[in-house]
Design a protein around this ligand. Structure first.
Ligand code: CTP
Length: 403
């Protein structure tokens, strides 16, 4: 189970249906992933599974009534302020109707009305109740409010008939929770330029010098940054992957073109993340015609490309500059040296010769160096997860610069 729910606060509202037993598994998954979980259950829900079961499985607290002695009289408000997400599972036709109408007549519906954050509803009911006009109308109302739904699915209902109305499996509910909590909009105010892929340096109309960068790391950063609300410009060398939707894509081939493309946008950018594997050298002479084979060996004269990120660092203002260091030996020392020499705020060091994180892999193993901080060595993870970690550090840098 991925542990990207660390420190997330999930409030689970359980209403009275037999599917309440499935919440035991969901709760365990959430706790295992590092989330803090509180449970609020209706009286009928506690007839199916006892509050003690959820406490024993790791819920921080379980609320079952508005009238428990010693209970905080403003709990419905304080819990609502506490949660990052309110999951209503199983959601009976009754609680769905109350949500749609704004009724607050017991502990769960009262907390729901006091909560204005994201909600996820996992309906579970008899097929006739699910297909009832009133339920359909109520579901429509919830959707119009931007409330997310997971399920119901088709399967054996409590009545043993096979029909639609069965609560989504705990793994499905968990996946939806993960998706909602990951799509935090903490980069909403920022414009981020990401470079990705190789540069291609031609020496005649059909041949070029390049490298093996797949572009996957940069594309993952662009996608996650976009999901987290940033306006993203992706300046990309030729790659074989589909660009994420909702990002502005600028295709380039050479290092010179990449620098020019960045400079055109630079003024409006808050963060530059240089994931691209820029060719350090380009052929000194470009032949307009295809170079013909001769009997002798050939030498090619190479000339230096601009160091893009160092060029940008000279006119940085308050911008955050993040580099990548691709090293096959002395990873840490070399990365730290690059960060200082190129005047970067942060550098992500990785070694593509390690097993499991080779060129083109969906995973990466990196160490993150932030100026003035100790290095963080990360384990092997997907490029999307690493993108999230990098952006978490970028956010901290942006906040630090603002002060
Ligand atoms: N970079 C750049 N312009 C270049 C070369 C690299 O902006 N001409 C950026 C890369 O995008 C990366 C960082 O600088 O973010 C480090 O790139 P890397 O290839 O690891 O280092 P180099 O400076 O090229 O040094 P070397 O190849 O000698 O390791």
């Amino acid at each position: 189970m991925p542990s990207n729910l660390k420190n997330k606060k999930v409030l689970i509202g359980i209403s009275g249906g037999i599917a309440a037993f499935k919440i035991c598994e969901l709760l365990r998954m959430l706790v295992k992933a590092g989330a803090s979980v509180r449970v609020v259950m209706t009286e009928s829900a506690s007839k199916f599974v006892t509050p003690l079961t959820f406490s024993a499985l790791g819920a921080e607290s379980v609320s079952t009534s508005m009238w428990d002695p010693g209970r905080d009289s403003l709990e419905h408000v304080s819990w609502a302020d506490w949660a990052d997400l309110f999951v209503i599972a199983p959601a009976t036709a009754n609680i769905i109707a109350k949500m749609a109408a704004g009724i607050a007549d017991e502990v769960l519906s009262t907390q729901l009305l006091a909560y204005d954050g994201p909600k996820l509803v996992a309906p579970a009911m008899n097929v006739k109740m699910w297909n009832n006009f009133a339920t359909k109308r109520n579901i429509k109302t919830l959707k119009e409010q931007g409330i997310e739904l997971v399920g119901p699915t088709k399967g054996h209902l409590a009545s043993l008939i096979e029909a639609e109305g069965r609560m989504a499996e705990p793994t499905e509910v968990y996946k939806s929770i993960e998706k909602i909590l990951q799509s935090k909009a903490d980069l909403e105010k920022y414009r981020i330029l990401v470079t990705a892929g190789p540069t291609v340096e031609p020496f005649d109309p059909v041949r070029f010098i390049s490298n093996r960068s797949s572009g996957k790391m940069g594309y993952a950063i662009a996608e996650i940054a976009k999901d987290r609300g940033a306006r993203v410009i992706l300046v990309s060398g030729p790659v074989a992957i589909t660009p994420p939707s909702g990002v502005e894509l600028v295709n380039i081939e050479t290092a010179d073109q990449m620098l020019k493309a960045i400079e055109a946008k630079y003024k409006y950018i808050d963060v530059v993340i240089m994931t691209a594997a820029v060719a350090d050298y380009k052929p000194k002479i470009y032949s307009r015609q295809k170079i013909k084979k001769t009997k002798s060996d050939q030498n090619m004269l190479m000339t230096k490309n601009p160091d893009i990120i160092s060029t940008l660092a000279k006119r940085r203002g308050r911008k955050i500059l993040v580099g990548f260091a691709l090293e096959t030996q002395n990873l840490k020392a070399a990365a730290q040296k690059k960060m200082l020499e190129k005047k970067l705020d942060m550098i992500v060091a990785n070694n593509p010769t390690l097993k499991g994180v080779e060129f083109g892999s969906d995973c990466n193993k990196a160490s993150i160096f932030v100026k003035g901080k100790r290095a963080t060595d990360l384990p092997t993870m997907t490029k999307s997860d690493l993108a999230g970690k990098i952006l978490d550090e970028v956010i901290k840098l942006l906040k630090r610069k603002k002060k």
